[in-house]
Design a protein around this ligand. Structure first.
Ligand SMILES: [Zn+2]
Length: 166
């Protein structure tokens, strides 16, 4: 995967765009190069290094809650494939989604009410709340940050992204 990490004017990671899109932003002087790869690229009579990280010149406001679908794939990625009850990491096939407040008790299918659980913990908890089952959660589930999730799902393209992401 080749992509360019876009930082907000405040150096906060914002999104990932194609190299072509990044070059357009650079040529229009809407962004500046922060990190580049060894490769060079010809564009509009100039030679540019191929960027790996760019920063927008002006600040872009981002809404607090970005609506990402709550799916098995995104929930497992958010929780780093770690059972939120026993704290162990499992292969994807051995993990399930648990509704903290069970759906049968009116619990919503929302980021704040879903966690990754291993088969054993999920079975043990059954249709009880964590309190009823005496199974405290490792952390309170919440809506993930968009960029963090995209990176978890796609894998990082450049080591140079790390210092901006983590
Ligand atoms: Zn478990």
């Amino acid at each position: 995967m080749t992509g360019v990490l876009v930082l907000n004017a405040t150096y906060e990671p914002l999104s990932i765009v194609s190299v072509r899109r990044a070059i357009v932003l650079l040529l229009k002087e809407k962004a500046e190069i922060i990190e580049a790869t060894e490769a060079l690229l010809r564009a509009e009579q100039t030679t540019l290094p191929v960027p790996s990280v760019i920063r927008l010149v002006s600040y872009v406001r981002i809404p607090h809650r970005l609506s990402l679908p709550v799916t098995r794939r995104t929930v497992l990625a958010r929780d780093n494939y770690t059972c939120q009850y026993c704290g162990l990491v499992f292969p994807k096939a051995e993990l399930t989604i648990d509704h903290v407040v069970p759906r049968s008790h009116g619990g919503p299918h929302a980021w704040e009410n879903v966690v990754t659980a291993c088969l054993r913990c999920n079975q043990h908890k059954g249709s009880r709340t964590p309190e009823q089952a005496h199974m405290p959660l490792l952390s309170k589930p919440s809506s993930p940050r968009y960029v963090a999730l995209v990176l978890l799902l796609q894998g990082r393209a450049h080591a140079s992204w790390d210092k901006y992401m983590f």
